[in-house]
Design a protein around this ligand. Structure first.
Ligand code: PMP
Length: 364
């Protein structure tokens, strides 16, 4: 880390690769000899069109997205998708299944209830969302328009692994991938829709990526506002109105950084290494514990507690002095949470583990 930067474990907006920030800084005043900043240029200009096209091509290649999917760059955050998904997809049975694996999943279901019948097939709420419910696909209703999951639960630190995704069969599987997109290799073909706010693993806040099977576009409910209809954006390649140009540019740079690093597979290896450093320390610790079922542990958001809220607060405070910041758990659960997205260097996790060791010795 340089320039007095800290190791930032924020859940989002979160750390970005330092190399990417440097490139953005160098290109700030004059992007690619255009004589202006990306912030200042028309979204209809050739220069910007090449930025958004590159961003789309890069994410297609990183995730292996075929031509039968549209990639959209939208605004409104993942929270707007909580409404767009039902408005666009609840068009036949007027019914969908949601799996309640956390507050975001629950908010998504609550919003969808405004537009149709929502069945919450399973929930781990009673157990503070500390695991992903195991499902038997034989119990899945078939008279539904889609099946919704949250692949990574940012607040609780759980995830569906690429091998534990529900098998929804012919039913479109819709996933909120906000907090673990591009962190490990999922088979894109298992999903009909993936959406994610950029501000955790892709770029700054302001842009939301939607990857959607083309054949699901065009049958929105009549009441759907123009801006919430996927067709509006798909028909105009995300340029129906002014898109979040600068955030899209930053995503393009992050995708280029990822490609240079070897893509998602290479990132997955580093992410597993980083997560393992923390989990294996916690599992052998006499002070810290992680409340999550082992097989469901997130690679991105790692939660831990000492069991004593005062000690937790002291930990967060002392860590900050060491340049390890934003380790406080979500306000709804307390304790600590280390968000270690793609851009968190291994060194940051090593420093955190070193500090945890020190703190453990002091408070045994
Ligand atoms: N889903 C998940 C899994 C999240 O972590 C978040 C943000 N923390 C959201 C949705 C909401 O995203 P946004 O703020 O982009 O609306």
């Amino acid at each position: 880390m340089t320039n007095g930067r800290v190791f930032n474990f924020s859940a989002g907006p979160s750390v970005l690769p330092e190399e990417v920030l440097s490139i953005a800084a160098n290109e700030m005043l004059n992007y690619n000899n255009s004589g202006m900043s990306v912030m200042e240029m028309s979204h209809r200009s050739e220069v910007f069109e090449s930025i958004i096209n590159d961003a789309e091509n890069h994410i297609r290649s990183l995730m292996g997205i075929s031509d039968d999917y549209k990639v959209l760059f939208l605004q409104g955050g993942a929270s707007t998708q909580f409404a767009m998904i039902p408005l666009n997809l609840l068009n036949k049975h007027k019914k969908a299944v949601y799996i309640d694996t956390g507050s975001w999943a629950s908010k998504a279901a609550k919003e969808a209830k405004k537009y149709g019948e929502i069945v919450t097939l399973a929930s781990s709420k009673e157990d503070t969302y500390s695991y992903i419910p195991k499902l038997d696909s034989k119990t899945f209703p078939s008279d539904i328009d889609y099946f919704h999951i949250t692949t990574n639960n940012t607040i609780y630190g759980t995830r569906y692994t690429p091998n534990t995704l529900p098998n929804a069969g012919e039913v479109p599987l819709v996933a909120d991938m906000s907090s673990n997109i591009l962190s490990e290799e999922y088979d894109i073909n298992q999903f009909a829709v993936i959406y994610a706010g950029a501000q955790k693993n892709m770029g700054p806040a302001g842009v939301t990526i939607v990857i959607i099977k083309e054949n699901l576009i065009g049958n929105a409910l009549d009441m759907t506002p123009t801006m919430l209809n996927y067709k509006t954006h798909a028909d105009k390649d995300s340029l129906y109105n002014t898109p979040p140009c600068y955030s899209i540019y930053m995503c393009k740079l992050v995708y280029e950084w990822l490609l240079k690093k070897g893509g998602v597979k290479a990132m997955e290896e580093v992410n597993k290494y980083k997560a393992n450093l923390l989990y294996s320390f916690i599992d052998n610790s006499s002070l810290f514990t992680n409340p999550v079922a082992r097989e469901d542990r997130s690679l991105m958001n790692i939660t831990f507690v000492t069991g004593n809220p005062d000690l937790d607060s002291a930990f967060v405070k002392e860590a900050k002095v060491k340049g390890l910041v934003n380790l406080k758990g979500h306000r709804s659960v307390g304790g600590m949470r280390a968000s270690i997205y793609n851009a968190m260097p291994v060194e940051g996790v090593e420093k955190l583990v070193d500090f945890m060791k020190e703190f453990e010795v002091q408070h045994k």
